[in-house]
Design a protein around this ligand. Structure first.
Ligand code: NDP
Length: 306
């Protein structure tokens, strides 16, 4: 019987994840399909319940459900528990296990961004959603000593800081209000800037004014495109990276969790690049399309390459 893996989000539209996962299943001779399920928050519990039935290998979970899905699974892995966010679900019989492969994906991206330099100890994080939680957990476990989180709604950044209270007890993890002068002052004393907001996902906006960016920062934008933030940072001499590597490695880790097999990384990377060139857009890293997402769409259907 063909097994099913679904991406649950709202909207999901066309998906880069679909392109790379389906290609990986096919290449390894795994009889499975990767489907896109557009589900509103109200429909989430029912969608998760469906995964308990035979035929499902598991799921990916994306915007805006990563935190909401936590109480709907039966067990959380360490990264999912630590972040309070789930982006991958596997089955143990009828029980569901929540994982967070954004964490290892982020760490691969951070390592590559830092390169041969010594791992910095200070970072500024913009955003306080599910992506930001993976980032902050990754920074804490990498040994960062000072991490400042800015968010439009301060209470959400404060909740994030409270969530990491224990694991961050040895370091300085603070939420700060989104004021340009405060952001500017913090950027002047940091080494790493990470955009984990969705500003730049739709349209060509940057979360911060170009003038606030000092030279020589390491800048990672979780969004999978060369955003205005990255272009502005590059223009003043920063080293920059977009969300491609994180997307690839979170996907590879999820593939291994579902199948028990090493992911065909090169193939998945090639498919990501092809899908992006072919105009497929991602729930994780690119603006969603203007066309309405269908309720249950096999990845790559509708004339777009898988
Ligand atoms: P969430 O919906 O959980 O969080 C969105 C964040 O963006 C919140 O901090 C929100 O602030 C902020 N935000 C949204 N719109 C605005 C705005 N107009 N002005 C100011 N702040 C805004 O999403 P995720 O955390 O899951 O994802 C965030 C980004 O990270 C997305 O772009 C996603 O594509 C990317 N991502 C990429 C991954 C990869 O593998 N490359 C993995 C995970 C995420 P507020 O709380 O105030 O609403």
């Amino acid at each position: 019987m063909t097994k099913r893996v679904v991406l649950i989000g709202h909207p999901v539209s066309h998906s880069l994840s679909g392109a790379m996962q389906q290609a990986a299943f096919d290449a390894l001779g795994i009889d499975a399909t990767y489907e896109l399920w557009d589900r509103t928050p109200l429909q989430l519990a029912e969608a998760i319940a469906q995964l308990r039935t035979d035929g499902f290998l598991g799921a990916n979970v994306t915007i805006p459900h990563k935190e909401r899905v936590v109480p709907l699974v039966d067990r959380l892995t360490e990264d999912a528990h630590a972040t309070g966010a789930v982006n991958t679900i596997t089955r143990e019989g009828k029980r569901l296990v929540g994982h967070n492969t954004d964490v290892p994906g982020f760490k691969v991206a951070l390592d590559r961004l830092v390169g041969k330099q010594k791992m910095p100890r200070q970072a500024v994080v913009l955003g306080a959603g599910g992506g930001a939680r993976a980032v902050v957990h990754g920074l804490i476990t990498e040994g960062f000593q000072r991490v400042i989180v800015f968010n439009r709604h301060l209470h959400r950044a404060e909740a994030l800081v409270r969530h990491f209270g224990k694991s961050a007890a040895h370091m300085e993890l603070r939420a700060m209000p989104w004021h340009e002068s405060v952001i500017e002052a913090e950027l002047a004393r940091t080494k790493v800037l990470i955009n984990a907001t969705s500003i730049g996902l739709q349209g060509d906006e940057s979360p911060i004014e170009a003038e606030l960016i000092p030279p020589d920062l390491l800048v990672l934008d979780l969004i999978y495109r060369h955003t205005k933030l990255l272009r502005d940072a590059e223009a003043v001499g920063c080293t920059v990276m977009d969300g491609e590597l994180m997307l690839l490695h979170q996907g590879a880790a999820a593939f291994t969790l579902w199948t028990g097999q090493p992911a065909p990384l090169e193939l998945m990377h090639r498919k990501l690049i092809e899908a992006r060139a072919g105009g497929i857009r991602s729930a994780e890293g690119e603006p969603v399309g203007t066309e309405p997402a269908t309720a249950e769409t096999p990845a790559g259907s509708g004339g777009t390459p898988a």
